[in-house]
Design a protein around this ligand. Sequence first.
Ligand SMILES: C[S@@+](CC[C@H](N)C(=O)[O-])C[C@H]1O[C@@H](n2cnc3c(N)ncnc32)[C@H](O)[C@@H]1O
Length: 266
Amino acid sequence: MTHHQTIYDQAGAYDVAFSFRDYAKECDFLFDVARRYAGREPASFLEIAAGPANHALEMARRGLVSTALDRSPGMAAYGLERAAREGLVVEYVEGDMERFALSRTYDIAACMIASWSYLLDNDAVLRNLACVAAALEEGALFVVELSHPRDLLTRRKSTKNVWDAERDGVQVSTRWGLPDDPFDPVTQVRQVTVEVDVEDVNGRRTYRERAPEREYGPNEVKALVEASGRFEMVALLGALDVDLPLDDEKHSWRMIPVLRKRATTP
Ligand SMILES: C[S@@+](CC[C@H](N)C(=O)[O-])C[C@H]1O[C@@H](n2cnc3c(N)ncnc32)[C@H](O)[C@@H]1O
């Protein structure tokens, strides 16, 4: 398995596990980025590796044309059901972020919470950048949220990997990674074990799955963006905060390249 498909197909449990995130605030951040680096309010949004599509749903609530893309059928069904329940128009495309083509273009795209870790080598990143660029307007932005490089390169960790969450009578305990998960220092790919324990009216069940995730340093991200020829990196942020650079050692906890689509050469 090339990603944590069993886990992601439990879309409802995933959504409870990550319900600590403030998706409205994360979308405010995407708007701040668009104002600062594209100089305009976005009218359309594309969420890459969208999972439950919380960002796409929030953007639709704000009146944007909104599309989610993910390869998990469970996530697609879940996202569409939530959109229907709220009467929101969200298109959900079931597809691979390395190989897709959409029928329209967007003002801003985002790939949140380290979903780029499923692009396991440089060619996969370049394929993703080419597909996203083709789906964007000229001058439009692509925001990628990645783990902070200190998590890869030092012993200090920026996030917790074990936590509990509860919503509407569903309790979910998550462990993302075990200390002895194998790491290949040549490819920067870790075999990450994920354990999700779900307790609801149907009883208790545990899902456990190991799958590869690639970890990134900032220099290779810069080089890959340059090599793509499609984008320029206009910022490298350290949090979901347009004023916080990656090199703010005290407050940064994420690595967020903000990419702007280059003008197409004739
Ligand atoms: C950690 S979840 C993140 C979901 C969402 N971005 C969020 O912020 O909650 C990673 C998602 O990436 C999706 N994914 C992994 N590899 C993919 C690929 N090659 N193409 C499309 N989706 C992919 C998984 O199905 C999963 O829904």
